[in-house]
Design a protein around this ligand. Structure first.
Ligand code: MN
Length: 207
């Protein structure tokens, strides 16, 4: 909320509704949508069985967010994703997820840090597009995710990777603003990169 406010946006929380007319009205009303962190997305949505390491699931949030993403892409409205947010964007656009990094992906990088969450625990290397947006090509980020993008959606490009190859950000060049990051910029708004992420999103919302 503060990340949006400090760059001039007005954050408004959405109701957890399943009424499609209401969701359409929300999509028409607001200038842009931030998809935040949260529970795991049901693997059946991307065509897989639930693995042992898959965590808590919210069907209500899956249904709301996936329908909303479809409407927002049709309307070319800005979409910004954080953690679960980048995952739901990827699934909504046709990609799949690693259901549990510790059991499915060999890595020495810590993606599930303990508190305090404002600390950086691993680096990411940015693609040219994100490096241009954020003004630097490498970042040190926090990390509190046990899932991540597996198959990237056809219309998405990789925005950042951690040293072990995990996709840490994705964006779409086909829309006004579709970008998601796997880390949590909202836990450290002093980070140069955090401000740039929020301001780029809010600027896109004003166009
Ligand atoms: Mn990570």
């Amino acid at each position: 909320m503060k990340g949006i406010e400090q760059v001039g946006g007005i954050p408004v929380l959405l109701p957890l509704t399943d009424d499609s007319d209401d969701i359409s009205q929300l999509a028409d009303t607001f200038d842009g949508f931030l998809f935040s962190g949260g529970p795991d997305i049901h693997p059946e949505i991307y065509g897989e069985f639930i693995s042992e390491g898959c965590g808590e699931i919210s069907k209500q949030r899956d249904d709301l967010e996936l329908f909303l993403i479809k409407l927002l892409l049709e309307r070319n409205k800005p979409i910004f994703g954080i953690c679960r947010g980048v995952q739901v964007i990827n699934v909504g656009m046709g990609g799949t997820l690693i259901q549990d990094i510790p059991t499915e992906y060999k890595t020495a990088v810590n993606h599930s840090q303990e508190k305090p969450y404002h600390r950086a625990v691993h680096s990411v290397t940015l693609s040219d597009k994100l490096a241009e947006m954020l003004g630097e090509s490498d970042l040190n980020v926090n990390s509190m995710h046990h899932q991540s993008i597996k198959k990237l959606a056809p219309q998405l490009k990789i925005g950042a990777r951690s040293p072990d190859g995990i996709i840490e950000a994705a964006y779409s060049p086909d829309y006004k603003f579709v970008l998601g990051v796997q880390w949590h910029p909202e836990h450290n708004l002093e980070w140069h990169s955090s401000n740039r992420l929020f301001s780029s999103f809010v600027n896109a919302c004003q166009k």
